[in-house]
Design a protein around this ligand. Structure first.
Ligand code: NAP
Length: 252
């Protein structure tokens, strides 16, 4: 396509730069969606001239890599949730966690935060997301860090809580090979309830019931088995009490 054409994502050439957890999966998914995709390019690879360069590099490397590919691509974008648009034309952040082993259809039905400097670049970001069957929604520069904090809380920080649960379960005598398998149905049902009705309606357990004596016994067990987890346990209990208080205020 030449410089004067309006860029059509369905026929544009794309270079994916960065062959890490997301870059490899995104390359295969865009290829499966019919794009002319090159890459994923590694650190020292020569990048071909393309219509769109999509940077899948660590957030701290975006500025330098964008600068390096600027003369090889008409439009440059990144896939970072928290990074602004100082160095690129658009952003397309898939709201999912990727370890690198996912199949190309992993983007189907997920959210995808987009933003851009121009209508053309926004059409590219939205077109890429929609070609992957993701649901594009706009998050402006001022909201990006807060939006990404939400994503990290829902995924990265949730894993820290689940890891604490696993450690406590194993110390309490659940077979370590089975601890996750035994906890997983509880986690899945909790997440499904939250997705359907939100936290306030889904909360059960001693804090919701007002069984403070039970919480005291739980706390003593945590202090005994894993004192390093006590601060996390106490903070989560405090936040859960606030959640219960919010529910009661709304009911009053
Ligand atoms: N993984 C996720 O769940 C996820 C989800 C949504 C968005 N994202 C976004 O995707 C981007 C990449 O994250 P990731 O998790 O895929 O990171 P990652 O697994 O660490 O991969 C980053 C890749 O970038 C490469 N790289 C670093 N500097 C480079 C350079 N100058 N030129 C070319 N390649 C370079 C790294 O190569 P070396 O190994 O040689 O350093 C590595 O292969 C980030 O902006 C992140 O916010 C990730």
């Amino acid at each position: 396509m030449n410089q004067t054409d309006s860029l059509n994502p369905a026929s544009a050439s794309v270079a994916v730069i960065g062959a890490g957890r997301l870059g490899g999966v995104l390359t295969e998914a865009l290829r499966a969606a019919g794009f002319d995709v090159h890459g994923p390019f590694c650190r020292d690879d020569a990048v071909l001239s393309v219509d769109i360069a999509l940077l899948c590099v660590p957030d701290a490397a975006i500025a330098a890599v964008a600068d390096a590919v600027r003369d090889r691509a008409r439009i440059v974008g990144h896939v970072s949730g928290a990074t602004g648009l100082d160095d690129v034309d658009f952003s397309m952040h898939p709201l999912q966690t990727f370890t690198g082993d996912e199949s190309p259809d992993v983007f189907r039905g997920i959210g995808c935060a987009v933003d851009a400097h121009t209508d053309e670049a926004l059409a590219v970001a939205t077109g890429l997301a929609e070609a992957l069957r993701a649901r594009a929604f706009r998050v402006g520069v001022a909201q990006r860090a807060g939006y990404h904090a939400a994503a990290s809380t829902a995924s990265n920080l949730l894993l820290t809580v689940l890891d604490a649960a696993e450690q406590l379960a194993v110390t309490a005598g659940l077979p370590s090979a089975d601890a996750r398998a035994l906890l997983a149905p509880l986690v899945r049902r909790t997440v499904e309830n939250w997705a359907d009705a939100g936290a306030e309606a889904s909360l059960t357990g001693p804090i919701a019931r007002g069984d403070e004596g039970t919480v005291v016994r739980q706390r003593a067990a945590v202090a005994d088995a894993h004192p390093e987890l006590l601060a996390l346990f106490d903070q989560l209990c405090a936040s859960t009490r606030e959640l219960v208080g919010r529910t009661q205020e709304e009911a009053a």
